[in-house]
Design a protein around this ligand. Structure first.
Ligand code: SGN
Ligand code: CA
Length: 733
């Protein structure tokens, strides 16, 4: 009540409204409200309560003083849309279907706002959404289109129209959230309000009032600003998020006019935010940046700066802008907390501050996120719930964004659907925020957005209390980090004999967690567009099938692609004038074929017959279990059915491999084929096992047929063609 007293003394009118409000609030249901304040790319390194060395966040820190800070809070997929989908559904990306930015969230699926709404909660969402489809499950929403803008942003209204507002995005979102709280909601109902900021997302455009923050001061530089990436996978070097090489002239560094100094600055010279500003905003902006910019240019021209000096300058420009945008988020948190106090709502409202993923604040020389390293894997999670959550506590329990949905449902006293993958953290909260004895030992993480901005490869892994195991399908590399001995993750110990036990046990946990969360990579569409030759071949294929009229398509991996090499003369003889096309890509597994067929290869291709042989790389690359690979093949058949229903599929059993009969890879393929046989329906799908065409009488393979015991020789292709020829005729080719 102490806040009410101070309000009484200072503002009599406000006091009256507050009193009336409190009385009505008393008669309202007592189920707790939830205020979820969520920002974009706010790393824990930039939050006071997490021990920031570079800024202060007094308002966010209030949640820490009055509640709990979760130190080991992680995302499931370190990128915007996917993290939001994880939160809404309580499920990993491969289950909720939103794996990469740019996909479309299926808003018909069950989400926690829908369930809370059904349970009688009022639900509201303001700010960044970034899931393409319109929000579902909210009584009120007003969202930014896509990434939204910092200056004078547009918001999509519930009727689908767009309205532009003058002002600064973070402040507008706070104001809109407050307006809903104060004026628009039904005070007789409990509520959940999600206030979701764009800040501090790239391109880190501060509010005018914060422009001069940090003037005359340097922000401390992270230890690893000049990381040489040794001791870890070479994939790190492909990264396109360095301050050194990927910091853009206008967009990031805020220079005006055409790009200069390409030796230091990447070339994007358009600063979209500047173009949105009115004259007054531009004037304040220029007054801040221009003198600093001109000073740097003068130094560059005078040859006074080393390459490292310029990286340090870019770091200062970057980090100050980033932290300035954080300052407005922190102001917004303060305004909302103040209002909850004033309105007497604080005691019965759970307030959470979080952000969609972490971010690199110069660590490893980077900005951006995506990698499973600590800085971008971590999400802030501070929770205040007077009377339930112990105040001033720091928790080391491993929590993840898939836990939010079940937690919110449990807070509201609503049943948690059995298919939700996260766990409610309520038992942890009720246990003085410490992990209960049956709490989890590790979290599972998966990143899918390869072949896109910043060039981070697909990877997944597990993170336990003290270790992290990561797996990169490209190059099939493991990385293992000891987070106690090496908190900055600078040396992978995956092949260090001293860590053999840890490696083996974590690998087991990795496999078990993948089974537990139903991860079957054989069915999850994956591009290899980050490999140049693959991307080019795929573009060529897409072009060919668009222009052509094909009766026969061969779908598969290198063995199919080999029709263009060892199989060339046989192809010409058998298929040269039968309108045939080769959709074989060396190294492809079922998941890559799924990607290709759903994103271009089948756009206008409607063959009479498709000959398909796929799966031996699922075996060869990671001995994937036969039922999983077969599910991948089945999914491809479904795709064909859906997109080209009249095509007959000649599904071939995976060819034998390995010299000996008892080769483990061959045995795995045999295991897959047992399942594939069952996919034969004699109508659309025709299964054939032509192994006998390749095997000797003692079941071995000869080098004459398969020189490397996997790929076919010229003679091998002759045998393949002859073995299927009668069937092709029967199918009308
Ligand atoms: C934009 C940014 C990227 C950023 C992605 C994803 N480029 O594309 O730097 O990684 O968003 O961010 S920018 O040129 O538009 O600034 S996310 O948080 O939405 O996933
Ligand atoms: Ca983000």
């Amino acid at each position: 009540m102490q806040t009410h007293l101070s309000v009484i003394r200072s503002k009599p009118l406000l006091w009256l409204t507050t009193l009336i409000f409190c009385l009505s609030a008393l008669t309202a249901e007592q189920r707790p409200n939830i205020v979820f304040i969520f920002s974009d790319d706010h790393a824990v390194q930039a939050i006071g309560a997490y021990g920031s060395k570079i800024n202060q966040t007094p308002n966010i820190d209030r949640l820490a003083e009055e509640g709990t800070v979760f130190l080991n809070s992680f995302c499931a997929n370190s990128i915007c849309g996917p993290s939001r989908a994880n939160i809404l559904t309580g499920k990993h990306s491969h289950i909720n279907g939103f794996r990469r930015n740019g996909e479309r969230f299926d808003g018909t699926q069950t989400t926690f706002p829908k369930l809370l709404q059904q349970a009688g909660y009022q639900t509201a969402l303001v700010g960044k959404w970034h899931l393409s489809s319109n929000p579902t499950g909210f009584d009120f929403w007003e969202v930014l289109p896509g990434q939204g803008s910092y200056y004078n942003p547009a918001f999509i209204q519930m009727d689908g129209s767009r309205q532009q507002f003058t002002g600064y995005c973070t402040d507008l979102i706070t104001e809109k959230a407050l307006k809903w709280l104060k004026e628009d909601r039904d005070p007789s109902k409990p509520f959940v309000l999600m206030a979701q900021h764009k800040a501090p997302h790239r391109n880190w455009s501060p509010a005018l009032r914060h422009l001069s923050m940090f003037d005359g001061k340097d922000v401390p530089v992270p230890d690893t600003l000049f990381d040489d990436y040794s001791g870890r996978t070479p994939l790190l070097k492909e990264n396109e998020m360095t301050l050194d090489r990927h910091f853009h002239w206008g967009h990031d560094a805020k220079f005006r006019g055409p790009s200069q100094h390409p030796e230091h600055f990447a070339s994007r010279h358009r600063n979209g935010e500047y173009l949105r500003m009115n004259e007054e905003q531009k004037a304040a902006w220029d007054a801040q940046y221009e003198p600093e910019n001109q000073a740097l240019l003068a130094q560059l021209e005078a040859g006074e700066l080393s390459k490292e000096d310029v990286v340090r300058w870019k770091y200062q420009r970057y980090i100050k802008d980033y932290l300035r945008t954080v300052a407005a988020v922190d102001d917004g948190v303060g305004s909302i907390l103040d209002y909850l106090d004033e309105a007497g709502l604080a005691d019965n409202t759970v307030v959470i501050y979080s952000s969609d993923q972490g971010f690199y604040l110069g660590e490893h020389g980077w900005y951006d996120k995506r990698w499973m390293f600590e800085e971008s894997l971590k999400m802030p999670f501070l929770v205040r719930w007077p009377g339930v959550v112990k105040a001033g506590v720091k928790s080391e329990a491993l929590i993840q964004n898939i836990d939010y949905a079940p937690t919110f449902l449990e807070i509201a006293g609503t049943p948690v659907p059995a298919d939700i993958q996260g766990r409610s953290i309520l038992p942890v909260l009720r246990n003085d925020s410490q992990a209960t004895s049956d709490w989890r030992d590790a979290i599972y993480y998966a990143y899918y957005e390869n072949a896109s901005a910043h060039a981070v490869p697909i990877h997944d892994g597990v993170r336990s209390q003290n270790h992290k195991l990561m797996y990169f399908p490209r190059g099939r590399q493991w990385q293992l980090f000891d987070l106690v001995a090496d908190p900055q993750e600078l040396r992978s110990v995956h092949d260090d004999p001293q860590y053999a036990r840890v490696f083996n046990v974590l690998k087991k946990r990795y496999e078990d967690l993948r089974t537990f969360y139903d991860v079957n990579t054989a069915v999850i569409p994956m591009t290899r567009g980050d490999e140049d030759w693959w991307r080019q071949r795929n573009q060529q294929v897409n072009q060919r099938v668009r222009g052509g009229d094909f009766d026969l398509a061969f779908i598969g991996d290198s063995i199919t692609q080999g029709w263009e090499n060892n199989g060339k003369s046989t192809w010409e003889k058998h298929y040269g004038d039968r309108k045939a096309v080769n959709l074989g890509f060396s190294g492809d597994r079922t998941e890559h074929v799924i990607w290709r067929l759903t994103r271009g290869n089948l756009k206008s291709l409607r063959p009479k017959v498709a000959v398909m042989m796929i799966g031996t790389n699922n075996t060869g690359h990671h001995m994937q279990a036969p039922d999983e690979v077969a599910a991948g093949v089945e999914k491809i058949l479904e795709i064909l059915q859906e997109r080209t229903p009249d095509t007959k599929v000649l599904l071939l059993g995976i060819f034998p491999r390995g010299r000996e009969q008892f080769d483990p890879y061959r045995a795995n393929n045999t295991g897959i084929n047992q399942y594939l046989r069952r996919l034969h329906d004699g109508e659309r799908v025709h299964y054939m096992d032509i192994s006998d065409a390749f095997l000797e009488s003692d079941q071995t393979l000869s080098r004459d047929i398969m020189p490397d015991y996997l790929h076919l020789s010229r003679e091998g292709y002759v045998r393949w063609a002859e073995a299927i020829e009668p069937k092709l005729k029967e199918l009308g080719i």
